[in-house]
Design a protein. Structure first.
Length: 470
């Protein structure tokens, strides 16, 4: 069980990122330590060689003044103040035979006799190995010609230098081990923390997949890219949930509204078949059948238009449209309907306003508002007002009627599909309940919005807000 969970964890992005982060971090540390090691090695070597050269200059000056005896006294006097001399001193004749080696017992671990074989003038630095080849250090010697033709060789053991470098490497290994553990732990923690919104996103998607449309991704309040992704995803889920709920409600309402016309069509057909010897009866039955079919087709086409507009796929012929022309055309058509009811339609405002819109769709939205205004306004009432004006950012087209008004509890629902509120359900001239939903969908498709203000018994004012033509 533990192996299985570890195997699954190895496949996670967080685990892979922690490995990559730790690997990159350790590689960077190794490079830095490598450069530091090289710098330390070169610095120690340079310091040792500078110290050797300084001793050569000093001893050469003493030798030139007082000879070998003065050098011996000076070196013995200096040795009293330190337990062991860090410098090797050898004087050799012109033919490189040894004249004297100071403090030979201190350097017996090195193969000093080898210096008689190597010509002092052949190389700047001579390395003398130890008696045991696995010691890891050597005696580094520099040579200088004295005024009398003899040779002075001064050296220093690299043991202390190698000890410092070994301690540095040992410390490096401890540090790398510690950094490896902390890098893995810290990288895993940080990657899990950074990818927490992604895990929540995956869990929410699984919940949605299982049918929980109300599931949402927990938001930490961060303003980074993942925080913005969470906010967009939650808004998308809310939108999808509302569309699904609306679709379910619409399907239920469509099924309910289709039941009546379909039943009527069935009754018409059965009646015609039962008493089917009269051609006139057949004709009337077919006429009724066509009327019900047209009603159903109109409902379905309107629902399709609303769905296309809400999903952003409504085909619009966008072009500059003069608002006054739309108002004149629609009011002329509905003026006859209003006259039959003893009403008038009055156009106000500036008709010479232009918007970018689909002329037919905008006319359809205005026609739906006028149809409702005439339908819900009592006969011989004040005129229905159609008005247009513009602001700095938008064009507003309004339809005001002195009709029945809308109850405040229903204002938020009148834009829903197939909703017929209040008195509308009991009217003999009731519509499909899709007019206002279609109006809102058309305005939304034009990047606009709608609103309504109403007082029950005093009338209503519907406003279409459209973007202004730049």
């Amino acid at each position: 069980m533990h192996f299985k969970s570890l195997k699954l964890r190895n496949k996670t992005i967080g685990f892979k990122l922690s490995l990559w982060y730790a690997g990159f971090f350790i590689l960077s540390v190794c490079v830095l330590f490598g450069l530091a090691f090289i710098f330390l090695q070169e610095t120690l070597e340079r310091d040792d060689r500078e110290a050797i050269q300084a001793q050569i200059e000093e001893v050469s000056r003493i030798y030139a003044k007082g000879g070998m005896e003065s050098v011996g006294k000076e070196l013995k006097a200096g040795k009293k103040y330190r337990k062991r001399s860090p410098f090797f001193f050898r004087f050799a004749a012109d033919d490189n035979t040894t004249r004297r080696v100071f403090f030979p017992g201190q350097w017996k671990e090195f193969r000093v006799s080898r210096l008689q074989v190597v010509d002092p003038g052949s190389r700047e630095w001579i390395r003398v190995p130890t008696e045991s080849d696995d010691a890891g250090y050597s005696l580094e010697v520099a040579s200088a010609r004295l005024p009398d033709g003899s040779w002075l060789q001064v050296g220093m053991s690299t043991e202390e230098r190698q000890r410092v470098l070994s301690r540095f490497l040992e410390s490096f290994l401890y540090v790398v081990g510690f950094l490896l553990l902390t890098g893995l732990a810290g990288g895993y923690y940080l990657s899990r923390r950074a990818l927490r919104p992604v895990r929540h996103l995956v869990q929410t998607m699984h919940s949605v997949e299982s049918g929980r449309m109300d599931a949402r991704v927990p938001h930490s309040g961060a303003n980074d890219e993942l925080g913005e992704l969470v906010r967009i995803f939650n808004r998308m889920l809310s939108r999808i949930e509302s569309l699904v709920d609306g679709m379910k409600g619409s399907l239920d309402q469509v099924a309910h509204d289709l039941r009546t016309p379909m039943t009527r069509m069935q009754n018409i057909a059965e009646s015609a078949l039962r008493y089917g010897n009269d051609p006139e009866q057949y004709k009337r039955a077919l006429q009724d059948f066509v009327e019900e079919s047209e009603r159903i087709l109109k409902m379905l086409n309107t629902l399709m238009d609303i769905s296309e507009a809400e999903t952003g796929v409504m085909n619009l012929d966008i072009q500059p449209v003069r608002v006054g022309e739309v108002i004149d055309t629609v009011t002329e058509v509905y003026g006859y309907v209003a006259e039959e009811k003893g009403l008038a339609i009055e156009a106000r405002g500036d008709g010479d306003i232009w918007v970018e819109a689909d002329y037919n769709r905008l006319s359809q939205a205005l026609a739906n508002l006028l149809d409702n205004a005439i339908k819900y306004t009592p006969s011989n009432s004040a005129p229905v007002i159609v008005e247009a004006w513009e602001t700095e950012a938008e064009v507003v087209l309004s339809v005001s009627d002195p009709g029945e008004g809308i109850d405040a509890s229903e204002l938020s629902r009148i834009w829903d599909r197939l909703y017929r509120g209040g008195e509308g359900r009991n009217r003999t001239d009731k519509g499909l309940g899709l007019g206002l939903a279609q109006v809102r969908a058309i305005v939304w498709a034009h990047k606009g919005w709608v609103d309504v203000s109403s007082q029950e018994g005093k009338g209503s004012t519907f406003k279409l807000h459209l973007p202004r033509l730049n």
